[in-house]
Write a protein that binds this ligand. Sequence first.
Ligand SMILES: NC(=O)c1ccc[n+]([C@@H]2O[C@H](COP(=O)([O-])OP(=O)(O)OC[C@H]3O[C@@H](n4cnc5c(N)ncnc54)[C@H](OP(=O)(O)O)[C@@H]3O)[C@@H](O)[C@H]2O)c1
Length: 325
Amino acid sequence: MKLAILGSGMIVHDFLSMVQQLPAIELKAIVGTERSREKLTQLQQSHHIEKSFTDFDTCLSESDIDTVYVALPNHLHYEYAKKALAHKKNVICEKPFTLTVEQFMELKEIALANKLVLVEAITNQYLANYREIKAGLAELGDIKIIECNYSQYSSRYDAFKEGTILPAFNPRMGGGALMDINIYNIHFVVGLLGKPQKVEYVANVERGIDTSGIVVMSYPETKVVCIGAKDSTSAIRSTIQGNEGAIVVNGATNVLDSIEKQLNGEGTQAIDVKVHSHRMFEEFKEFERIIDERDMAMVEDRLTHSQLVMEVIEQALDHAGISLG
Ligand SMILES: NC(=O)c1ccc[n+]([C@@H]2O[C@H](COP(=O)([O-])OP(=O)(O)OC[C@H]3O[C@@H](n4cnc5c(N)ncnc54)[C@H](OP(=O)(O)O)[C@@H]3O)[C@@H](O)[C@H]2O)c1
């Protein structure tokens, strides 16, 4: 994979701290804004990235890349992914994929029509521990209830309260607790159970943005509660309850660090099969394989999953009367 990285923010720093462990990923370029020029040069030097740019068009014409990693604020994903696809580049797009299902469908159609890889960077879907949870579901009997809580007080909430609206709390930039944090819970559940029959969202809305909220997803046999908060803190934990036992995830649904199974009448058993300490390692290893083998069947599978999640998100926002973008 000959990669251009778009952005130089928090997630890019995190990605760069891991990527040298995936030598098949060649760091060809990093692209950012003029105001971040110095940071881009520093990152280029310290991570041995071939070139840095402050203009995406120049990067597209002057670098030897086949893939673009879109790690920009949420409202820019669609525009930059579309431009990369138009230049026949594969795209790895940070979550949330886009702000609307319509934008997502457009990207999907362009990618598939041109046999380009388009995938959402969503860690939990690629973790060995997630596969372990999926495999363990059968032992739980009928799944009755799933409860996911990912609540983490954001320092940006203090700024928000004082009137400084950073992207994570900006409705025009696709911010909010659902897009930023609860989306991991939605991916977690939809990857296990598929499309829900009904989606509701009750949210604490301040200045037009959800600072916390509860998504309720109803399936014929299973009822699901997904809690995401950036204005308050709680124990971060998820439980899957069946009539024959439960699986407990101690920690966030984007990391899936510590997992226990409790079958009725038996003790607690740890079922961790973690393969790497960095949560992004497994997803990027798989993206590299998908691109190398041009595995379009897997691309379609992953896009089907992302589409279901986008549909849930849109229904939830509609239900709460929140409008983004
Ligand atoms: N932070 C996390 O832990 C995390 C985890 C998973 C996923 N994500 C996702 O990753 C994406 C980025 O999040 P982040 O936390 O890294 O955000 P961030 O720290 O705010 O960084 C955003 C980056 O995008 C750059 N940028 C803004 N507008 C641009 C433009 N027009 N052209 C080129 N670059 C531009 C910014 O540059 P300037 O600073 O110069 O404006 C900055 O480098 C989001 O979609 C988020 O949901 C983040």
